[in-house]
Design a protein around this ligand. Structure first.
Ligand code: SAM
Length: 263
């Protein structure tokens, strides 16, 4: 673990962190990540209609959560939504899970593993309401491009694990992570849109071009929309993650897109 992240403190992921070793063998079949949100040390909600039990609550996925800033912001803004972050780097995973534990976010879990492997081999169909991919590693060398996370085949997998668009009562309504026109101020507990969408942002021009090319290969599955900053983004920010805040000072250009699952 990186001491620069923990600053010498012992990090404790508690039940907010799920390690790769905690996953059952792949041969056992799919695993529903909504089960990870079942309360462990707090009693079940007496009024299920006020706060639906795990498995009935909307769940959103963030791939490459880093230090978990986006998850922390959104866990507070949308307490009625569950958020799963997948982070490969152990130091970041530990930091983000410890952060969620300390802040007692019952609606956040951090899984440490390769997101592609987990989604492809474990996640059943029709689980996630929204998917967030902010500043994925660009793999700039041509011979490494095949390692890029955002590519047509992976987008097809994400399409499979997202809820069906036809269950959506207001496909064009703004959701918790995007859309600012309907309501300029953030309301905790605000109604969540069920419009299933992938939100992607990058600071890498070549990767953005690649993303656009790959998005055109899946136009049968997704409509491409302009990026809409989540309500957690600060003044002048695209998303407001740690990565963006760090590199914004260098004057980097940030770009994004939204892929909305087609009915
Ligand atoms: C450039 S960082 C951005 C982190 C965060 N989203 C932010 O904006 O601050 C990319 C993150 O994605 C993680 N990552 C890269 N490939 C991954 C994969 N296949 N599965 C899970 N996490 C991955 C990296 O470990 C890293 O923390």
């Amino acid at each position: 673990m990186s001491l620069s992240l923990s600053r010498g403190k012992q990090l404790d992921v508690g039940h907010h962190g799920i390690a790769q070793d905690d996953l059952p063998p792949m041969e056992q079949g799919t695993l529903d990540p909504r089960d990870w949100f079942k309360p462990t040390d707090s009693p079940a909600q007496p009024d299920a209609s006020a706060n639906p039990p795990p498995g009935l609550r909307p769940i959103e996925l963030e791939i490459g959560s880093g230090k978990g800033t986006f998850l922390a912001q959104h866990a507070l803004l949308y307490p009625e939504v569950d958020f799963l972050g997948i982070e490969w780097a152990k130091a970041f995973w530990r930091y983000a899970a410890d952060r969620a534990r300390r802040r007692r976010f019952d609606n956040v879990r951090l899984l440490r593993c390769d997101a592609d492997m987990f989604i492809r081999h474990y996640v059943p169909d029709s689980v996630f309401q929204q998917v967030h991919i902010y500043f994925p590693d660009p793999w700039p060398k041509k011979r490494h491009h095949k390692r890029r996370l955002v590519q047509a085949d992976f987008l097809r997998q994400l399409h499979r694990v997202m809820i069906p668009a036809e269950t959506n009562p207001a496909a064009s309504a703004p959701g918790p992570a995007g859309g600012s026109s309907a309501s300029p101020t953030v309301q905790v507990g605000e109604q969540v849109s069920t419009s299933p969408r992938i939100h992607i942002a990058t600071d890498h021009a070549d990767y953005f071009e690649w993303m656009q090319e790959h998005a055109t290969q899946v136009t049968d599955l997704f409509d491409r929309l302009p990026f809409e900053s989540p309500k957690s983004a600060g003044e002048g920010e695209l998303v407001g993650t740690n990565f963006e805040r760090k590199y914004r000072r260098e004057g980097r250009i940030f770009q994004g897109m939204i892929l909305r699952k087609r009915p």
